[in-house]
Design a protein. Sequence first.
Length: 395
Amino acid sequence: MRNKDFVIDIDCQHKNKNGNEVCGDLFLSKKIKEEERTVTVLSDGLGSGIKANVLATLTASMALNFTIEKQSLQRTATTIMKTLPVDKVRKISYATFSILDIDCEGETRVVEYDNPSFFLIRDEQIIQPDCREIIIKGKKGKDKQITSSTFIAQKEDRLVFFTDGITQSGIGSPALPFGWGTKGVGDFVLSHIHDDPTISATKLAQKVVTQAERNDIGKLKDDASCAIIYFREPRKLLICSGPPFDETKDHLLAEHVSGFKGRTVISGGTTAQIISRELNRPIEVDMNALNSNLPPTSKMSGIDLVTEGVLTIGAVAERLENNEDIRKLEKDAATEIVKMLLSSDEIHFLIGTRVNNAHQDPSLPVELEIRRNVIKKIAWLLEERYLKEVYLQFI
């Protein structure tokens, strides 16, 4: 974004209705790099299970694509409502949706249909932006009402979106006879922001969904989803991997690493030795990191993480591609890098271009693909799937 005061931290957490293997809610997010826009959609399909998932997928996909193409709200909503199939039991055809469109100056537009109203949290208070109601003409007089809000986002703002599986959780229980409700969700979110003012989008969304499950005594009565958009100070990460093509550039590599304003990772034994020599900082193998299929990590003063090179980077690419739950990953060097990547906003790769002949042997495993190609794959995944700002520099 042109507004460099903040970056946008986005995540959505889901939990399926008890007994269902498929979630009937869907969250989609897309960064349009050329326009410096971010578009997200949260949709809740009618009912639950596979049928609801199909409705939500169809709705979210259309809403996302129409919004990216800057189609009018009326056309987007009308097309979605005309396209959705009719439920044979309830004789209605719809999925709810919440659309968020953030431009390069921080101007934010929110469009909602039938989801619980979103929260704008600013200065630890829930703010209600001005909104307008739009009527979409339906068949046989069954008109639909949509709300639209526009405002300028500020640093430390949070937007909170959720499906009714969150607000209705706990309904009928002694503690929450009428469900958790919008106010209950809002108070819960505010309390966690008060306790941890820089809590990430991921952690906050996880806490909301987990509490909804607790409200239903561990067995959710509906699919529950919570999306958080957090406008915050950029978190920067540098990953340095590979020696420079020209050995005379070794000092430049070390200077770049030592002068970086953010967390740093060195991936590769030769790279670590160069930086250790140039900065006069010894390398110490971490003896607590030996129980792993990957080579152990090492320690160096002023560096957050030192790892082996190609094997570890290859494992990082695989885990990002598989979109594995980070909480279930093996505790090793690759997992540590994945955690750092996902918790960062701006990721800088400094890639040495000197060829290591050991990695050119065709008899070696596929994991030993040339370093540059593996890192390019990681960069693509981070940009397209995880909406990170990624910069590649070759030396």
